[in-house]
Write a protein that binds this ligand. Structure first.
Ligand code: FES
Length: 125
């Protein structure tokens, strides 16, 4: 007989930002500052813009190990390098809120990934 398990739950979201926190591609303190800036920006976007569609998660390593802090935006398939606090703010403003990736800091894109359209909450009401 299968063991009864509790199904995990996750907040509704449309994008997830992954930040490398391991410390080889950038110092841990820089990675922490980047993650904090992203979270702060996403929180402000929720409060001020009503945008509630991106999660930010720290990861041990995303397999590149150079040019950090590194950030990946999913499912857009966009990889950013050297994301300091200023670049993190731009990613939130331009990419997450505005829908336009920050070209200056992209070092890889997954071909075929498509940017999701902005969600119009009124349309779904
Ligand atoms: S340590 Fe950052 S990608 Fe590996």
């Amino acid at each position: 007989m299968a063991k009864k398990t509790k199904t995990p739950k996750i907040k509704s979201h449309h994008r997830q930002l992954f930040v490398c926190m391991d410390g080889d591609c950038a110092s841990s303190s820089k990675a922490k500052a980047t993650r904090k800036a992203l979270k702060r920006g996403l929180q402000a976007a929720r409060k001020e813009e009503g945008i509630d569609h991106a999660l930010c998660t720290g990861m041990e390593c995303i397999g590149v190990c150079k040019g950090g802090p590194l950030v990946v935006v999913w499912p857009d398939g966009v990889w950013y390098h050297h994301v300091d606090e200023d670049v993190a703010e731009r990613i939130v403003e331009e990419h997450i809120i505005g829908g336009e990736p920050v070209e200056d800091y992209i070092f890889y894109r997954i071909e075929g990934a498509q940017y999701l359209p902005e969600v119009d909450e009124d349309e779904n009401a």
